[in-house]
Ligand binder design. Sequence first.
Ligand code: HMG
Ligand code: MG
Length: 299
Amino acid sequence: MRVQIVEVGPRDGLQNESAIVPAAAKIALIHKLMAAGLKRIEVSSFVNPKWIPQLADADEVLQGINRSQGVMLSALVPNIRGLERARQSGLTEIALFMSASETHNQKNINKPIADTYPILREVAQEALAIGMKVRGYISTVFGCPYEGNVPLDNSRRVTEALLKMGVYEISLGDTIGVATPKQVHEVFGELVKDVTNERLAAHFHDTRGTGLANVAAALEEGIRIFDSSIGGLGGCPYAPGAAGNISTEDLVYMLHGMDYETGVDLEKLIEAGAYIGQQLGKELPSKVLRASLASKPAG
Ligand code: HMG
Ligand code: MG
């Protein structure tokens, strides 16, 4: 059985690090992730650089990547300006993003949900017209830092709207890492009825230590696409307290142990995690990375 991994570390991970990683190190990281066998990598964001200065070098990063056949690179795009930048950088996939809760949407993209739809619709239309693939993210599906519980109907409505725009896949985000397996069963169990499992991805943050348990629950609901971040880097600048995404090393270790195929070489992945940890000058949260580094002889 195959599971697809969408590596979001260079985007979701680095957008929330206080240190600004130089473009050359980002490019080196992306090359290492490709060498580890990852086939889908979210490399940056074409958002307003004043909002996310950590990724202000998206254009430069894209220019420096040696493209490899069979690897789909993607980036977040919030508006037509972002789409134009993505097009100029040679990307053939973009990701749209919005929230299931009104307050998070407002804080994250500076407009109400109702005003977001026409903007994303136009971006999707233009992107599809030039042959790009368009992914969609929904944040705060499992809880909002400002509103608390988010009714499932909100996520249903946003899912429907994004699918109508032509997105091929929707990633449901536990932006602040509050979900537990029970809720994951409830949410995915319901949404797979409206949308087939091939078009749904799970995006878990490990803020409260439930990330991998949530993956196991989503697997039981038929989900086979997971977003994760090298080293467990990450968070969301507009979601206070959000810790990193689930770590790609931990995810791959668990999936391989459960006899799922990922196409990823864990040893090479660990090298990529060690590299970005060194660049940031800190120990990253990934448990598999820590265990591996601890078992290496010093020197
Ligand atoms: P705004 O400030 O309301 O935009 O931002 P605006 O349209 O009024 O433009 C203001 C200025 O920004 C203008 O420049 C624009 O040209 C410029 P000025 O005239 O003032 O010099 N601008 C841009 N420049 C470059 N590229 C662009 C762009 N757009 C505008 N694309 C906007 C609205 C949506 C752009 C802003 O709020 C924004 O960039 N937000 C992004 C926030 C973000 O990236 N958040 C994190 C990602 S979401 C996430 O992490 C969740 C996820 O992981 C899933 C999960 O965990 O749930 C995906
Ligand atoms: Mg995220």
